[in-house]
Design a protein around this ligand. Structure first.
Ligand code: ADP
Ligand code: MG
Length: 377
């Protein structure tokens, strides 16, 4: 019955839109008559021929994150108890109008892949039944798409990211920030990393070789990582107000901030070029399209290995004392060997030592560094 309800609603809406458009066409014709100059009503159509699902997205170009471009409107959720207000003004969850509006607002919390359309912008009221079936549909859709994505990743680099991300990437090429996007260097659980040729940004040259780290918009993995960001006081009041898609941007932003701190302390690490939504562009560690090996894969003489070990210890100290950071995922996987020294990468999850789990993470980092096969001395 729920599905039927939803289908019926959709069909009615479609019918309504079509009728509206037809009426518009008639009016357009009447308005223009035989006149040589005609005025198009195209833009008022509901079913727009060039409908672009992305066009309503907030297009924020930003590098300056002192202002918070991602503050969510106002979080609207239904209260747990099923009612709000007091005495006569009480509103229960059975109040159709209020509830309907709230349901519409809650659609904003659906997964990023779900296009909720303009419902949020208008005074659309969804009944609980319709909302619940929509929600159910989204969940199963998410699971289905997660399965699809897993398969896709093994095909070409292009397909490793969703269309929305691809569009953002192309825009960077169009804007000349990048000359060309080459191939995929790595696809991990939480990110996809591409190699690209740098162009120029604000008339400043971008490093010749850069990487794009695309934070993944499949949410499941990120859920497990919430604690790295939720309790980070720098992000705490923003986290709770954001919908999932925007939380992913926070990860990218966090990595950017952490890298900048590290640069200041002169820790060898990628240099931030540009942050755009969930895509972080930074300098490439490596040469001629060949990325520097992870410490795990680097073939080092025992002499070099010792040097590397001591460098890592020094970096950790600098990271803690000068940058006020704990890496929180430090291992031979996130350290690259390049130009005879170690480089730190992958700091989106790094936290300040005062983080509730800060010292626990630090301990784990220390343990990883001192016990791994390659590094351990
Ligand atoms: P993840 O969170 O997916 O582990 P990382 O930041 O560790 O993301 O990047 C994944 C892999 O991509 C790294 O192990 C490394 O091989 C490569 N990589 C990431 N950043 C760079 C960079 N700036 N230069 C060269 N290779 C990089
Ligand atoms: Mg990594």
């Amino acid at each position: 019955i729920f599905t039927f309800d939803l289908m019926l609603a959709q069909m009615l809406q479609m019918q309504f839109d079509r009728e509206f458009d037809n009426q518009l066409r008639r009016e357009e014709k009447k308005f223009n008559g035989d006149s040589k100059v005609s005025i198009s009503f195209e833009n008022y159509r509901k079913v727009h021929p060039y409908e672009d699902s992305d066009s309503s997205e907030d297009e924020v170009d930003w590098q300056d994150t002192r202002h918070d471009p991602y503050r969510a409107e106002k979080p609207q959720t239904t209260p747990r108890k099923g009612f709000t207000g007091k005495g006569k003004n009480i509103t229960t969850k059975h109040d159709e109008v209020t509830c309907g509006r709230k349901n519409t607002a809650r659609m904003d919390n659906f997964a990023p892949e779900i296009h909720v359309g303009d419902g949020l912008g208008m005074d659309l009221k969804l009944s609980n039944q319709v909302f619940n079936s929509l929600k159910q549909h989204c969940y199963s859709e998410q699971r289905r798409s997660a399965r699809l994505h897993e398969k896709k990743e093994h095909s070409t680099a292009e397909q490793a990211v969703d269309p929305r991300t691809r569009l953002l990437m192309y825009k960077m090429v169009n804007a000349g920030v990048l000359e060309n996007i080459n191939g995929c260097i790595s696809t991990g659980k939480e990110s996809v990393v591409f190699h690209a040729d740098g162009g120029s940004l604000d008339e400043q040259p971008v490093p010749e070789e850069v990487v794009l780290k695309v934070f993944k918009t499949t949410l499941n993995e990120f859920k497990n990582r919430d604690r790295y960001i939720k309790d980070d006081y720098r992000f705490i009041d923003r986290f709770s107000k954001l919908n999932p898609r925007k939380v992913i941007r926070l990860w990218a932003e966090k990595e950017m901030h952490n890298l900048s701190r590290m640069k200041k302390a002169e820790i060898p690490c990628p240099e931030v070029v540009l942050l755009k939504k969930h895509i972080l562009v930074m300098s490439f560690i490596g040469k001629d399209h060949v990325p520097a090996p992870k410490l795990k894969d680097a073939m080092l003489s025992s002499e070099d290995m010792k040097t590397a070990y001591h460098q890592v210890l020094h970096l950790m100290q600098q990271l803690y004392q000068e940058c006020h950071l704990v890496h929180a995922d430090l291992s031979e996987y996130n350290i690259l060997w390049h130009q005879g020294k170690v480089w730190l990468i992958d700091v989106s999850q790094s936290v300040e030592p005062t983080h509730p789990h800060g010292l626990e993470f630090l301990f784990r980092d220390c343990r990883n560094v001192s016990t791994v096969t390659q590094l351990g001395v």
